[in-house]
Each structure stands twice: as C-alpha cells, then as structure tokens.
Design a binder for this molecule. Structure first.
Ligand SMILES: [Mg+2]
Length: 186
C-alpha cells in the first residue's frame, strides 16, 4: 500500500482566517499572490492587536470540507495508506497553537471519521517525512515525495506548467482531479 500525505489547510478545507482578517480590517481583501504570499501578510504590523481578539478563536468552527474531499478520501482510503499532515503554529502565535492543534484534531475526527486519528501528523516542516505521494498547496510541502501533486489554491495559480513540469509536479485543480489522478489509472 502506497503512503499518501494529505495537507489540511487549503486542501481539505479553507479555514476561516481570511474571514477573521477581513472582519478585523473591516474591509474586503484581495488575497492574490500579487498582494500577499501568506494571508497573514495582510495584517503585517498589527499582529499583536489581531492576536488580542483572535488568538482563541476556532479557525475551523464554520469551515466546510472542500467539494469532493469527503467522497474522494473515502475512496482513496481503500487503496492508499493515508496520513493527514498539517502544521498548526502560526507566525508570532497570532492563533494559540495548542488550541489550534486541538481544533484541527476535532475537525478532522468529526469531518473525516473513516481516517484513524493515529494517522494525523502535526508538524511544521513536512519535508522531514517521506511519503510515496504528497498533496499540498505549497511547493515546499511537496518535497521528499516520489509523486508530487500541487493542489490549486489562491496563491499558486500563477505557477507555470513549465515550472511544475521541471520540478516533476502535477497540478490538481480540485478533488475530482485527484480522484482521476490516483484512482482511474488509465
Ligand atoms: Mg496548505
């Protein structure tokens, strides 16, 4: 059975961080890579103020699974050894890491009950662990894998096909693409 790493944020679910930021700044934010590399760049210089309000809020309380995630993971779970690998420490601790870890754990357990919590890995640097296949929305999260799948997200749209090809990375636009890539090997 091949080992398969699935990232959580922007792959399994869009957490509510962008909503918190817009609420905090009281305006709509254009989260495109031209403006920001990470969503928290939008609050640069105001981290302490943000932390005072949002440190203990749950980023996953109202976060739905991305389309097709549940069904595809359920199918993949029959033929792959799935691990959910996710970081939980935010820069400058603007979200309390211990609570964030607990919130992530509870979210995964509730939303994806067929994946054993023993298969959750909470880690900052994903490249320290090798998997046969990795699915992540950041290139850095894909290192140390035989098959690398970049999951499309707001910040990676502009990465060119030629660059991905050079790095031996396949793009998946959504969970239906993942299903085609990993289950219908024609
Ligand atoms: Mg991610």
């Amino acid at each position: 059975m091949k080992t398969l790493m699935i990232d959580m944020d922007d792959v399994i679910t869009d957490n509510q961080f962008a909503t918190f930021v817009e609420e905090f700044l009281n305006k709509k934010i254009d989260f495109t890579p031209a403006n920001f590399k990470y969503k928290q760049d939008a609050i640069k210089g105001k981290e302490e103020e943000f932390k005072n309000i949002y440190e203990h809020k749950n980023l996953y309380e109202k976060a739905p699974l991305l389309d097709g995630c549940f069904e595809t993971l359920q199918k993949l779970n029959q033929t792959y050894d799935i691990y959910i690998v996710t970081s939980y420490i935010w820069g400058k601790n603007i979200i309390d890491p211990a609570e964030n870890l607990k919130n992530k754990f509870n979210y995964l357990k509730e939303k994806l009950p067929f994946i054993n919590p023993e298969k959750y890995i909470f880690i900052q640097n994903k490249k320290q662990i090798h998997f046969d296949i990795k699915i992540d929305d950041r290139l850095s999260g894909l290192e140390n894998a035989d098959t690398k799948i970049l999951f499309s997200a707001w910040h990676n749209q502009s990465i060119k096909d030629s660059e991905l090809k050079e790095k031996n990375i396949i793009r998946a636009n959504n969970w239906y693409d993942i299903e085609k890539l990993l289950l219908n090997n024609e």
